[in-house]
Design a protein around this ligand. Structure first.
Ligand SMILES: O=c1[nH]c(=O)c2[nH]c(=O)[nH]c2[nH]1
Length: 281
């Protein structure tokens, strides 16, 4: 029997790095987690144990720290582009480098409307993300956010669905809509103001979620993705993951009380899992 090694990749995950950028009048603090993954001509490492084409993952990790000194100065996208280019350009066996970066946000403490010089508060669950893929054919930049907790207390309903012998869910024209949103969008170029675009796209996602008269998570997901594409020529496609974090009205009638859509059980699991990709025709 002849067996072949198909797709293979290797790299270093969770290279956790923090950086102080000392400006004249304040310290900027950044914290990121980097995954490096290389693909290419690594068959003989698997078949013969010949490591002559292998750049050790330990070296990959060191490269992230070393290049951060000069090159992690603004967006995670620009740092990712620098890393991907380094691995492809300096290692002939590498045909594809994939760099994933997650940024853990820190914001400066503010007292009497004045940001403190060097003290920070963690940014909560939300994280900014990017994935850079570089091959001989080109570079793709996919950016996004994850663990963005958003909720609205009205302008959301869910009615008119299939009912069968197992249906117990009550139709509602007024419910809580809550999700832990992940979004990933693909840029048409790798020469952009990534931070300004991130802020703009995040704002569009939030604004659309807030203003949409939601008949379902599915409908809101499409509205959010469509708004991003309509407002940003430099985005080709966006994928959204919007788990439905249920808040179920609690039965107060058992205590002779009327629940006017005020008291809910917040349930973590199970949760609805709604995903979708919106693209240009
Ligand atoms: O917006 C929703 N979409 C569904 O598909 C669904 N299913 C469900 O039980 N509740 C909801 N809500």
């Amino acid at each position: 029997m002849k067996l072949t090694l198909k797709k293979n990749a290797y790299g270093k995950n969770a290279v956790n790095l923090s950086k102080i950028i000392r400006h004249a009048n304040y310290h900027e603090f950044r914290q990121i987690s980097v995954n490096v993954s290389l693909e290419g001509d690594f068959e003989t490492a698997h078949t013969l144990g010949d490591n002559s084409k292998i750049l050790p993952t330990d070296t990959q990790k060191n490269t992230v720290y070393a290049l951060a000194k000069e090159h992690f100065v603004d967006s995670i996208e620009n740092f990712g582009l620098c890393l991907a280019n380094h691995f492809v350009q300096n290692n002939p066996p590498v045909s594809q480098a994939t760099i994933e970066i997650t940024e853990h946000p820190w914001t400066r403490m503010t007292f009497d409307n004045e940001p403190h010089h060097h003290a920070y508060v963690g940014g909560g669950s939300e994280k900014r993300t990017t994935t850079i893929v570089q091959t001989a054919d080109g570079i793709t930049v996919t950016s996004g956010l994850k663990d963005l907790l958003i909720l609205k207390t009205t302008d959301s309903g869910f009615e008119g669905y299939i009912k069968d012998q197992f249906t117990t869910l009550k139709e509602t024209a007024d419910r809580i809509l809550a999700t832990q949103c992940e979004a990933n969008w693909i840029y048409t170029s790798h020469d952009l103001d990534f931070t300004a675009l991130f802020e703009k796209i995040r704002e569009t996602l939030l604004k659309t979620f807030a203003h949409h008269k939601s008949l379902s998570v599915q409908q809101t997901l499409l509205a959010m993705g469509s708004a991003v594409l309509e407002e940003n020529d430099v985005v080709n496609e966006i994928s959204l993951i919007m788990p439905n974090k249920h808040h179920i009205p609690f039965n107060l009638e058992q205590f002779g009380l009327d629940n006017k859509n005020e008291i809910f059980i917040a349930t973590d699991e199970p949760f609805g899992y709604i995903t979708g990709t919106v693209t240009r025709e």
